[in-house]
Design a protein around this ligand. Structure first.
Ligand SMILES: NC(=O)c1ccc[n+]([C@@H]2O[C@H](COP(=O)([O-])OP(=O)(O)OC[C@H]3O[C@@H](n4cnc5c(N)ncnc54)[C@H](O)[C@@H]3O)[C@@H](O)[C@H]2O)c1
Length: 253
């Protein structure tokens, strides 16, 4: 397979210190992109991609008031334009609705949907300018199979991921005339920073591996490859699509 599927592209990837975001920043760079790799202060973002010249780290909490302006300005300042925005930063949590504090609901919605909306809004003028010049630009957002399914304690998480789907489909509708596509990925059970605590327990990892048709957990690179499919020029006519990347986890009821 060729290794220049993102040659000349400039990408922003959030949640890039760990898991799916880290693997995506790395894969995008291997495919020729220059990448602004964003994660929160206190994460491993300043060291995660050390030695990879095409990746510039930025330690910013995506929920900060000025975060969208700071992120977009950093990409434009360092690389001159934006072709791809991959909003992937996300948080989870498990609390029954009956016991959920407002703060918990707001925390999950704040990272998973509100920050995503605000970063998209900030990036749109730059994506429009780039698409006018180059013929295309991309938004890719990370949802979850939990956008469509659920589990105990996941009310805020599921609502946020269904929100990602609705937001992304609407972006696709509004931005299509500018030749900007907007798509979302729905990961299944993936071994990452978020799930490590559970999946390091062999009995739990085995249950989830068995549920998937492909009989294994997803690895971050599996999802990075899904994002790459949507990012590359081959996806020019794909928009508003939710790409399930779950190894067949959700095939069966
Ligand atoms: N792991 C799974 O099984 C799974 C399944 C479905 C969806 N997802 C989604 O995939 C995305 C990536 O998660 P992952 O599995 O790679 O987990 P991860 O915890 O390894 O990575 C998430 C990254 O997002 C960063 N982040 C969180 N809040 C942030 C903030 N406010 N500002 C900046 N960065 C922030 C974290 O620091 C972390 O580095 C998330 O949106 C998650 O909901 C994961």
């Amino acid at each position: 397979m060729s290794h220049d599927r993102l040659a000349g592209k400039i990408a922003i990837v959030t949640g890039a210190a760990s898991g799916i975001g880290a693997a995506s920043a790395r894969l995008f760079a291997e495919e020729g992109a220059r990448v602004l790799a964003v994660d929160r202060p206190g994460s491993a973002i300043d060291t995660a991609h050390e030695g990879v010249a095409a990746i510039a780290p930025l330690a910013v909490d995506v929920t900060g008031k000025d975060a969208p302006a700071d992120i977009v300005a950093a990409a434009v300042r360092q690389f001159g334009a934006i072709d791809i925005v991959f909003n992937n930063a996300g948080v989870s949590g498990r609390t029954f609705v009956e016991e959920m504090a407002d703060e918990e609901w707001d925390r999950v919605m704040g990272v998973n949907v509100r920050a995503m909306f605000r970063i998209c809004r900030e990036a749109i003028p730059h994506l429009r300018a780039r698409a006018a010049e180059k013929g295309r630009a991309r938004i890719i957002n990370t949802a979850s199979v939990m956008a469509e399914d659920t589990d105990y304690g996941l009310a805020a998480y599921c609502a946020s991921k269904a929100g990602v789907a609705g937001l992304t489909r609407t972006l696709a509708l509004e931005l299509g005339k500018f030749r900007i596509t907007a798509n979302y990925i729905l990961p299944g059970a993936v071994y990452s920073g978020m799930t490590k605590g559970n999946f390091d327990k062999p009995e739990i990892a085995e249950i989830w591996a068995k549920k998937a048709a492909l009989r294994r957990l997803g690895q971050p690179i599996d999802l990075a490859r899904g994002a790459l499919l949507l990012a590359c020029d081959d996806a020019d006519f794909i928009t508003g699509h939710g790409l399930v990347v779950d190894g067949g986890l959700t095939l069966r009821t």
